[in-house]
Design a protein around this ligand. Sequence first.
Ligand SMILES: N[C@@H](CCC(=O)N[C@@H](CS)C(=O)NCC(=O)O)C(=O)O
Length: 263
Amino acid sequence: MARITKTPSQKQALGGKARRASKSVEPARRASKNKPIDLYYWPTPNGWKITIMLEECSLPYTVIPVDISKGDQFKPQFLAISPNNRMPAIVDHDGPDGRPISIFESGAILQYLGRKTGKFYPRDERGRVEVEQWLFWQMANLGPKAGEANHFRHYAPEKLPYAIARFSNEMNRVYGVMNTRLKDREFLAGNYSIADIACVGWASRAERHGHDMSGFPNVRRWLEALLGRPAVKRGLSVKVEAAFHVDMKDPKVRAVLFNQKAR
Ligand SMILES: N[C@@H](CCC(=O)N[C@@H](CS)C(=O)NCC(=O)O)C(=O)O
């Protein structure tokens, strides 16, 4: 996350120069309009939600790696943007009223980008509620449960049968709900939307993570359609070199990721 402490954009996001500017506001606004969105990112299903959305909307962005295996997520500069010490987060230099804005929580970022661009997030109330239900469903069910299932299957120091069964069953339940929803429709909520974008990262890894998807043909059909979209392909392939070298067995990495308490 080397760029974080150095960029002028960071100062703006934290309420420095840009907010105090008075006479020079107009030139500053013009400058920030052309600045790409800063994306604080690590290549995981939550990070991919935002790379996919940015790609779908053709919004220029700069990737700022947050090496969560080394503790970048606890750096004060990052916590000022994302107080829950989790990526993704963004800084849009051309936020509301032309002033910069920072946003954490992938669901809130997707909603913001949907409102900003008018894409993949309907404006009418019924359409919007439809999308929000499935977006929040992802945030509260598919995402966290997949994370825990993965943790107890692959990273827990002991194989705890109860925890493995509990979260594997939950994943089976969750994909069952999705399969039923997709029985008579192409996408989760009307047209292709931020709800689908939120789900595709985890779903694309389901089999690799050991979940049997053979009983969920509608999810598989939906997944195939999404993975065929060029922007989804590009979003899923935004890489960070350092992520290839993370050893999840390294005690230092495990201490950063799996031993977090209030600080
Ligand atoms: N609800 C958050 C979850 C984000 C999240 O869990 N991010 C993980 C990577 S997928 C992270 O930053 N982990 C850092 C850590 O565990 O300290 C969101 O959707 O933005």
